[in-house]
Design a protein around this ligand. Structure first.
Ligand code: GLY
Ligand code: MN
Ligand code: MN
Length: 480
């Protein structure tokens, strides 16, 4: 049994008397007859190994043909333009479908398959909604007249698939390990390659060359190559600025191998030497990352990692004068969020922000062997943050999230700002030497039976080692 058929069996065992419909990703037009680069949906690929768009998988454990693929049929003219299709024959012969149909037959076959099934497992909100829900509604219309029973409930299959994807098999860990080591090598090349006078995108090209030349067919997400002030923009992807002497360069980028993505961030000086201010912030971020990594082992609640990072980062921020004392207020009142406003990590796998819940019954989910996740603390001192008005109002992240969920982000912000304006405010001046410095350090961890393994230390984090690496000549030649 190949890995896809093992997963289908496990999934079908979990859906009992229901049937599941999992759609492929949609190919979108960029212009005229040019498409955006296509990447299969992770759930669909996880179950099928099938990489074409316009496809749907049906998993129907109560049927004697339980695994059905709906695919694009052969079309000699289209195949000359856009490449070979597996077709209906290939879906059965190469991808193990018990039955296969052209995608145009979806509605008809679904009406038949809906009979006598209690539950439809289907991710509402996907591209196939109009066809799948249309077919279900037609089938329901017939049920009143014919006595046929069709699914009465629709359940999201991700409740099962997310759990299957969360704990990695040894085969998945091997692929992730490779993605991590290739990604680390690409980051090392970026450190060797960067210099004043080069540009963000030149460094990006040297790094991505290493990813691709080492076997990656794509990145796991768009590379962030952010120099100077750009490092304070979390998802900066323009990557079009020249590198200036004296600036830091923050790179968040990684390769994807066999549909598994790494996720690495390194921050280093463009000229190969950290300034005192840059190094001071860097050391705090590194200490926070080390404190989290040291604590990671089976049983640690996922949410504890953020608490550990916040404490170490806030102590450092107060030490450096970025925030006023006392540390306890800076934590309780959320002052640290002036400079650290994202989470400390996320599950990692087929998607860079991978599938799986972080809390169970409100409490942080305990780490288990086989889980993979990132640890990525940072400090971002935006250049215009010269003066802080810090409210003495208790900070409650869950409460803020609830408010944003119920009221929408902008109304929630208005309410929170109003609450803050009613509290006492401490005004604090940010030391000038730190303005415009953004640092994040991100590594990928695998939970083992007794602790965790760092998969991405093929590229150093120690500032002295980074400076020594910068001194080495790059392996990728510069074009200019
Ligand atoms: N690269 C996206 C992230 O770090 O979460
Ligand atoms: Mn990340
Ligand atoms: Mn990242």
């Amino acid at each position: 049994m190949d890995r896809y058929s093992q997963r289908r069996t496990q999934f079908m065992n979990a859906i009992g008397g229901g049937l599941a419909i999992v759609p492929a990703a949609v190919e979108t037009v960029r212009n005229d007859d040019v498409q955006h680069v296509f990447r299969q949906s992770s759930d669909f690929f996880f179950l099928t190994g099938f990489e074409e768009p316009d496809a749907v998988a049906l998993l129907d454990p109560g049927h004697d043909e339980p695994y059905v693929l709906f695919v694009r049929p052969h079309d000699p003219e289209m195949e000359v333009w856009y490449g070979k299709r597996a077709g209906v024959d290939g879906a059965k012969e190469r991808f193990g479908a018990d039955a296969a149909y052209p995608i145009s037959d979806l509605d008809k076959v679904l009406r038949d398959r809906f009979r006598d099934r209690d539950t439809l497992w289907y991710p509402i909100g996907s591209s196939a909604d109009s066809r799948v829900l249309g077919a279900l509604s037609q089938a329901r219309g017939m049920q009143t007249r014919t006595g046929i029973t069709v699914p009465a409930s629709i359940v999201d299959p991700s409740t099962i698939l997310d759990e299957m994807r969360l704990i990695k098999t040894s085969e998945e860990i091997d692929a992730l390990r490779e993605a991590c080591s290739i990604s680390a090598e690409g980051h090392a090349e970026a450190i060797r390659f960067a210099a004043p006078g080069r540009s963000e995108h030149e460094v990006q090209s040297a790094m991505e060359y290493v990813f691709r030349a080492s076997g990656a067919v794509r990145e796991g997400y768009p590379s962030i190559v952010a120099s100077g002030d750009n490092a304070c923009i979390l998802h900066y992807v323009e990557n079009d600025q020249p590198l200036h002497d004296g600036d830091l360069l923050l790179i968040d980028a990684a390769a994807e191998i066999a549909y598994l993505s790494s996720d690495i961030t390194r921050t280093f000086p463009v000229n190969g030497r950290f300034s005192d201010a840059q190094r001071a912030i860097y050391d705090v971020v590194l200490a926070a990352q080390e404190a989290v990594i040291d604590a990671c082992k089976p049983g640690l609640p996922f949410t504890d990692m953020h608490d550990i990072a916040v404490r170490t980062l806030t102590e450092g921020m107060v030490d450096l004068g970025l925030l006023p004392e006392p540390v306890e207020d800076a934590i309780a009142y959320g002052w640290f969020r002036e400079f650290y406003f994202h989470g400390t990590g996320h599950w990692l796998g087929m998607d860079v922000h991978d599938a799986g819940v972080y809390r169970i019954d409100g409490a942080g989910r305990p780490l288990q062997p086989g889980m993979t996740f990132t640890v990525e603390p940072g400090i971002y001192v935006a250049r215009d943050k010269t003066v802080l008005d810090l409210a003495n109002a208790p900070f409650d992240l869950d409460g803020e999230r609830d408010l944003a969920y119920l009221q929408g982000a902008s109304e929630a912000k208005r309410i929170l700002d109003e609450r803050k304006s009613e509290a006492d405010v401490v005004t604090h001046e940010v030391p000038e030497q730190f303005l415009g410095i953004g640092v994040r350090i991100e590594d990928d961890l695998l939970v083992t039976s007794s602790g965790c393994e760092n998969l991405t230390r093929g590229v150093p984090v120690d500032p002295d080692e980074i400076e020594a690496l910068w001194e080495q000549p790059p392996t990728v030649p510069a074009i200019r």
